[in-house]
Design a protein around this ligand. Structure first.
Ligand SMILES: Nc1ncnc2c1ncn2[C@@H]1O[C@H](COP(=O)(O)OP(=O)(O)OP(=O)(O)O)[C@@H](O)[C@H]1O
Ligand SMILES: [Mg+2]
Length: 228
């Protein structure tokens, strides 16, 4: 089943009064349950595209449908509700709050929901358990390794059970061993929990964990040879 349909998508910025086109006429379908790696040179628009898929940024023209619903033209209020229900973000530098412990960081997306404190606790415990870091629930980010911090960030991304995980260079700051363990985790979330994963990466070894590899270059997508 189709999850995302992008039609004739373009993004332009004005820089010093001059219009700069990042991409133009981009068409793509993303199936539910897919795991896609997006590669491409720096500045090719990978983060911009991910932000559009997550409803953080909007296209200059063209449409984005997710499960048959247009998200490119939703009001800010409806978009932030849509975001909370449908997508989890994972970033290169984890973006954890330094003053909150692991469990409190994971709780953040739940504060926007109607769940009771008891239900929130259960969700947090499940998410920490899935990423195998329950024993660090009370630790603060500075007390955790990079790999452990990224696991907490993954727990935060999945705690409200979104269908889609959008990952922007999730292993860009990790050594090979921690990177592989994070990538195995993403693969598991894809294969066992049926999360659709769209991952931007500069690392060809990371891209191999995906089901499909795409290259974004000069505003076009080029499908790479099948990863698996
Ligand atoms: N808010 C903005 N205003 C103007 N230009 C922007 C803005 N955001 C991004 N850009 C430009 O759009 C282009 C694409 O940026 P983007 O961050 O999507 O690239 P990227 O492929 O993620 O690069 P990297 O691999 O370095 O992360 C860049 O040239 C960037 O300078
Ligand atoms: Mg980027």
């Amino acid at each position: 089943m189709n999850l995302y349909t992008l039609r004739d998508l373009s993004k332009r910025y004005s820089r010093g009064g001059e219009a700069v086109t990042i991409f133009e006429g981009l068409n793509m379908q993303i199936a539910q349950g897919d795991f896609i790696a997006i590669m491409g040179p720096s500045g090719s628009g990978k983060t911009t595209l991910l932000n559009m898929l997550g409803g953080i940024d909007r296209p200059s023209s063209g449409t984005i449908e997710c499960q048959g619903e247009r998200i490119d033209n939703l009001s800010e209020a409806r978009l932030s509700k849509w975001r909370a229900a449908h997508v989890g973000f994972i970033f290169q530098f984890y973006n954890l709050m330094p003053t909150l412990n692991a469990a409190q960081n994971v709780e953040l997306p739940l504060l926007l929901t109607k769940l009771s404190p008891k239900q929130r606790k259960e969700h947090i415990a499940t998410a920490l358990d899935i990423v195998g870091i329950s024993d660090r629930a009370k630790h603060y980010p500075r007390q955790l390794s990079g790999g452990q911090q990224q696991r907490v960030a993954i727990a935060r991304a999945i705690v409200s059970d979104p269908k889609v995980l959008l990952c922007d260079e999730p292993t860009g700051d990790l050594d090979r061993v921690s990177a592989d363990s994070v990538l195995e985790m993403l693969q598991l979330l894809n294969s066992k929990l049926n999360k659709t994963i769209i991952m931007v990466t500069h690392d060809p070894a990371a891209a191999k964990y995906a089901r499909r590899e795409l290259r974004l270059d000069k505003g076009r997508f080029i499908e790479q040879e099948s990863a698996q």
